[in-house]
Design a protein around this ligand. Structure first.
Ligand SMILES: Cc1cc2nc3c(=O)[nH]c(=O)nc-3n(C[C@H](O)[C@H](O)[C@H](O)COP(=O)(O)OP(=O)(O)OC[C@H]3O[C@@H](n4cnc5c(N)ncnc54)[C@H](O)[C@@H]3O)c2cc1C
Length: 336
């Protein structure tokens, strides 16, 4: 059975990887000439090591600590002996997978409606012949209002290579970060604000010599329910990004794992996805964001809750490793 996968990001490549050697013959179509070109801070949280190869060469550093700041004041300094995640060289990580699956570069896929059916073509005009098409094209075709801008500077500012820093502000529904990098640090910000506001805030954070400035939009609205029921989307195209932190690599890979397992085990993807921890935690975070947008909870109160709560609880909510009881502990029942 031929499966065409549209987009060679973490979601598309991992889906091809999970289907490799099965009755599903997967081909990934990538619009660009290489992988890993999309702006990203390259933070990969633990949880996918047993699913995919993460070569030693692609690991820039192992994350063992989290610093959480509120209005530039350090409020939680979490340090662990164990590895919490990695700063990866994302292009290298993706290239290692791309070399082991079938990827066609410079192959942008476009949809056409023909005789009431959706058909897929390469921009060259060639038809994509497949029994199944899976869309893993990231944020590119998401409704604009379901995404926020995220921008970052690549700098030579040296920070502890084992610690990632997250910044929250009481005047921004969003997040900022300082992540270690092989050359120094990636310093970025994203959220519900216009790019000029984000640029102004980021200008106050940036340190060291700047090599590059870039940005992209990122999903911040939770799982795209209508797309879920289409049963042909994975990764950020399905909305699998944690809205509170913008983390999208690990959840995108996990969504592809659920998709591949559903195919291989003849199960319904919607049912499997909806019963997953991934779905619960993304939707719970999306609800928190929605609560702030609708003024059910103010950013000020959210900030206070983050400041006063047990650091371990704040950390687990940020990375999506929480239960309903944890949420009730943090927010009470009103928001939920
Ligand atoms: C500034 C910034 C920093 C970020 N930092 C982090 C971070 O540190 N950690 C983290 O976990 N997440 C981060 N994210 C989010 C993360 O990058 C994405 O959520 C993640 O890459 C999504 O993976 P994906 O495979 O679903 O989509 P993508 O990585 O976006 O891949 C989609 C691919 O599809 C291709 N494509 C698009 N349209 C077509 C088409 N029509 N035909 C063929 N190919 C197509 C694209 O070229 C692309 O290669 C960041 C996002 C931004 C904007």
């Amino acid at each position: 059975m031929e499966v065409a996968i549209v987009g060679a990001g973490p979601a598309g490549l991992s889906l091809a990887w999970f289907l490799k050697g099965t009755k599903y013959n997967a081909t990934v179509y990538e619009a660009l000439d290489d992988v890993g070109k999309k702006p990203c801070a390259w933070g990969l949280m633990s949880g996918v090591e047993s699913l995919l190869p993460i070569s030693k060469e692609s690991i820039i550093s192992e994350i063992k600590g989290f610093k959480i700041y509120l209005n530039d004041k350090l409020i939680h300094d979490i340090r662990e002996r164990k590895t919490l995640g990695y700063i990866i060289n994302k292009p290298l990580f993706l290239r290692n997978i791309a070399e082991k699956v079938d990827v066609k570069f410079n192959s942008k896929v476009v949809r056409k409606r023909e005789n009431g059916r959706e058909e897929f073509y390469l921009s060259s005009g060639e038809k994509v012949n497949a029994d199944k098409v899976v869309i893993s094209n990231g944020h590119y075709e998401l409704p604009r209002e379901h995404t926020v801008p995220a921008i970052q500077y690549l700098t030579d500012y040296k920070i502890d290579p084992e610690v990632v820093e997250f910044y929250f502000y009481s005047d921004l529904l969003g997040y900022a970060w300082v992540f270690p990098d092989d050359k120094g640090a990636k310093i970025g910000i994203g959220g519900y604000a216009d790019v000029n506001f984000l640029k102004e805030k980021l200008a106050k954070m940036v340190k060291g010599k700047v090599f590059m400035f870039h940005g992209a939009r990122v999903s911040d609205n939770g799982v795209e329910e209508p797309r879920l029921y289409d049963r042909m989307y994975v990764g950020e195209a399905l909305g699998t990004v944690y809205p509170l932190t913008g983390e999208g690599i690990r959840p995108s890979i996990l969504s592809s794992k659920i998709y591949a397992d559903s195919l291989l085990e003849g199960k319904d993807f919607v049912k499997e996805f909806k019963s997953s921890r991934l779905y619960f935690s993304i939707q719970a975070q999306a609800k928190i964001i929605d609560g702030v947008k609708k003024n059910v909870i103010s950013i000020g109160l959210l900030s206070k809750l983050i400041t006063k709560s047990d650091p371990d609880l704040v950390y687990r909510i940020a990375i999506g490793d929480f239960t309903m009881t944890d949420l009730i502990k943090l927010f009470g029942r009103s928001l939920l």
